[in-house]
Design a protein around this ligand. Structure first.
Ligand code: UGA
Length: 456
């Protein structure tokens, strides 16, 4: 099938590259001519495992082409709109989607089959369908949400749990086309109306965000009661009704999707006069988590972080991506700096970008060139992103260069026994693992006469 994709961002590029891999001819259209040139030369502007290979494959077979002119859509069976939906402040906007959709409707040679893949607030697609049909009554619209995670997007696209197709009025032939497009994946395709499809997308994300927040609140509770939150979520996750996925506590969720969506959904509900206390609680609960992590660090250190030097390991919102949007690691920097700490940050792929981003909101953070550099002279370490290299840090070499003894590990990635052996205390989400005290305790234990009750 010959299809066009509008937008060469994360969603557009992954969609286009995967559909070309499934032996469709795909034309990607983006107004950014420089980006188009880069892509034509095989220079992929985003970091996404497996994407480079698929784009190079598409360029080599000629199935994937990149264009700056909107007329490139002419002659394709359908056009997929995958443009951005966040404004500069990270809040929702439908402006770009609307502009792209009406541009296509006004261009009589462009396909009359329009598929929206950009995430929309429920109710938007119905409005957009009416808008394009007012321009040209032949327009048919479907909403086909994506469920791909950054750093896993190619795999999520090619091996989805399900494909959802929301159909606008009289869109049967477009729905049939989409079924043909996705049939090679061999996965269930769910047909529904436009607003239900929009809601499935948003509700899935907000549910996952709520699940993470539930685990984060459990971490706080477990730290207080003495339970091990990791045992708790593992035990809960074994119940097939609950499942273990997205139940790992951490510093809070971030990224370009969950945070903006957990803010937007309660607002939408309120506009309809609907009260949604559970959904409305997710954003504030997430906001609390970084505060709790820093509280735990201060408790274990026996002092406030004010005036101390804190090495922050990781800045991106999760490992495997250079994306800093709404990163909980940046939020940790914000909380630490807000309490008067001098933060020194290192990230394997985004140190300078993260430091620059923090500077833009008035937070001065020093950039380190390695994790060991960030730790030098530090009174404490905070781990904000689960980069695999933080699991194998040489604590025996790092500890002597540090001033303090505490690591607050918000990602449960630090090798605790290695850090403990180096004399460091690791606070993993509120659970303190102090190094085993040597000599005097051992001597006392040896001195206890046989038969004396323990603890006497
Ligand atoms: C999310 C969804 O997972 C995708 O299904 C969806 O398509 C995408 O948003 C979107 O709407 O475009 P993404 O934002 O790339 O994907 O990242 P996730 O892997 O979902 O992680 C989000 C945040 O939650 C990260 O900060 C991550 O560290 C955190 N997280 C995730 C946890 O703290 N605990 C967990 O158990 C899982």
């Amino acid at each position: 099938m010959l299809i066009s994709v509008i937008g060469a961002g994360y969603v557009g590029l992954v969609t286009a590259a995967c559909l070309a891999h499934l032996e469709n001819d795909v034309r990607v259209v983006d107004i950014d001519a420089a980006r188009v040139e880069r892509l034509r030369a095989g220079d992929v502007p985003i970091r996404e495992p497996g994407l480079d290979a698929l784009i190079h494959e598409g360029l080599a077979t000629g199935r994937l082409t990149f264009h700056a002119e909107p007329t490139a859509t002419h002659g394709s069976s359908l056009v997929i709109v995958a443009v951005g939906t966040l404004d500069r402040a990270g809040e929702w906007t439908v402006d770009l989607v609307e502009r792209a959709a009406s541009g296509i409707a006004h261009d009589a040679l462009a396909p009359r089959h329009l598929v929206i893949r950009s995430t929309l607030m429920p109710g938007t697609a119905v409005r957009l369908a009416a808008l394009v049909r007012d321009i040209d009554a032949r327009m048919r619209v479907c909403f086909n949400p994506e469920f791909t995670r950054e750093a896993n997007a190619v795999k999520d696209f090619l091996e989805p749990d399900r494909v959802v197709v929301g159909a606008g009025p009289d869109a049967d032939s477009l729905v049939a086309e989409l079924h043909r497009l996705y049939a090679p994946l061999g996965k269930p395709i769910m047909d529904t109306d436009l607003t239900s499809a929009e809601t499935i997308k948003l509700a899935s994300n907000v549910f996952l965000a709520a699940k993470i927040s539930f685990a984060n609140e459990l971490a706080r509770l477990c730290a207080a009661t003495g339970a091990d939150v990791h045992a708790v979520v593992d035990g809960m996750g074994l119940d097939a009704r609950i499942g273990r996925a997205f139940l790992s506590p951490g510093p809070g969720f971030g990224g370009s999707c969950f945070p903006s969506q957990v803010r937007a959904l309660p607002d939408l509900a309120l506009r309809y006069g609907v009260v949604t206390p559970i959904i409305a609680a997710v954003a504030p609960s997430n906001h609390e988590q970084a505060i709790w992590i820093v509280d735990g660090l201060e408790q274990a250190s026996g002092r406030s972080v004010a005036g101390t030097r804190v090495g922050l390991l990781g800045l991106t919102f999760k490992a495997g991506t250079d994306d800093l949007r709404e990163s909980p690691a940046l939020r940790l920097a914000e909380v630490l700096a807000g309490r008067g700490a001098q933060v020194v940050a290192f990230d394997p792929v985004a140190t300078q970008a993260g430091v620059d981003q923090l500077a833009r909101i008035g937070i001065a953070v020093e950039a380190a060139s390695t994790a060991a550099d960030a730790a030098r002279d530090a009174d404490a370490i905070v781990v904000g992103t689960e980069w695999p290299e933080f699991a194998t840090l040489d604590w025996a070499a790092i500890a002597p260069t540090m001033r303090g003894r505490v690591i607050a590990d918000a990602r449960r990635i630090v090798d605790r026994s290695a850090a403990n052996e180096a004399g460091l205390t690791v606070v993993t989400l509120g659970i303190e693992h102090a190094p085993r005290r040597p000599s005097s305790d051992d001597a006392a234990r040896v001195a206890i006469p046989v038969g004396t009750p323990a603890g006497v």
